[in-house]
Design a protein around this ligand. Structure first.
Ligand SMILES: [Zn+2]
Length: 309
């Protein structure tokens, strides 16, 4: 029996009724699902990436559910029970999970910050000026670092399958590189003065850097999503100055402030982008690769609409 076996009974109770993201493969082979070590992540995006690296050797779950607001989340007693029963906890870090420090302080389970090693971009506006922008997963190149960190953490947790974790990570890295290459190629037709990405939340600093776009947003972090008149006026100015053809907003917030920018400028509303959460399994972005491909496609289509026949 594995060393975590004694916790299985408690864990089975805690898991009942949960909406959990579980590693893609059904129970089978020699290893029953209940015997696998449990990896707990803070949100759905990390859970999906981790599940791809874990393959069928680990059970991966997310604390927050699809569609949840992640920045200001308040953990429940059930979340604490889940954490106590886990073998490893993964968090994004970079102050994404403002609630996480308190959350893990009382839990004696190892935790790994998966963004460790990315080149951090600081937030340049609002009360958050100078803090790290947490949305590093919005760069497929950064997520290559995430999967390396996950593969290393899983190898330590479960050395027997270290080679599989490494291979899964390599395979995933290849797909991430394709998404990045596609992004750069699709936006190549944009003239220098129109290389701009205008969104509700300042969640796209990393993707904008990868794509060579200037970023403009209404508010820095979704936790404070009341747009001020100054924020809206500043965004309208930006769109007019750069003749930005299209603007965007994220799925987890109201797009009403951005619709005011659209009305005031004549820019198109380019569509809904996904950032802080995956959709449910039947939604438009059930996996991280779906999410990032959706965003790349939506951004490129709207910004280049006038330029492709
Ligand atoms: Zn966010």
């Amino acid at each position: 029996m594995r060393r975590h076996g004694r916790r299985l009974a408690a864990r089975a109770t805690a898991l009942a009724g949960l909406v959990a993201l579980v590693a893609g493969c059904a129970p089978g082979g020699t290893e029953a699902a209940a015997d696998r070590p449990v990896v707990l992540t803070t949100f759905t995006v990390l859970a999906d990436i981790a599940a791809h690296v874990a393959g069928d050797h680990l059970t991966v779950e997310s604390i927050t559910k699809p569609g949840a607001e992640i920045h200001g989340y308040e953990p429940t007693p059930g979340d604490i029970r889940k954490a106590v029963g886990a073998d490893l906890i993964l968090d994004n870090g970079l102050n994404l999970e403002a609630w996480f420090g308190r959350f893990v302080a009382g839990v004696d389970v190892p935790h790994v910050v998966v963004s460790d090693g990315v080149q951090v971009i600081d937030i340049a506006e609002d009360a958050y000026t100078g803090q790290s922008n947490p949305h590093a997963w919005m760069s497929p190149l950064n997520v290559q670092i995430y999967v390396d960190n996950m593969a290393a953490a899983f190898a330590e947790l479960d050395p027997e399958h270290a080679a599989d974790y490494r291979a899964n990570a390599e395979n995933y890295r290849t797909q991430l590189q394709q998404v990045h290459d596609d992004l750069v190629e699709r936006l190549d037709v944009l003239p220098v003065n129109q290389r701009a990405l205008v969104t509700c939340e300042g969640a796209f600093s990393y993707l904008a850097r990868d794509a060579g776009l200037t970023e403009k947003y209404i508010w820095a972090v979704n936790a404070e999503q009341q747009a001020t008149p100054q924020q809206i006026a500043s965004t309208i100015d930006f769109v007019n100055t750069f003749e930005v053809p299209a603007v965007f907003c994220e799925s987890t917030v109201s797009d009403a402030p951005m619709q005011r920018v659209v009305e005031a400028t004549g820019a198109d509303f380019g569509g809904v982008l996904y950032v802080d959460s995956l959709s449910g399994p039947d939604g438009p972005v059930p996996t991280y690769l779906d999410l990032i491909r959706h965003d790349v496609k939506t951004i490129a289509a709207a910004l280049t609409a006038d330029r492709v026949s």
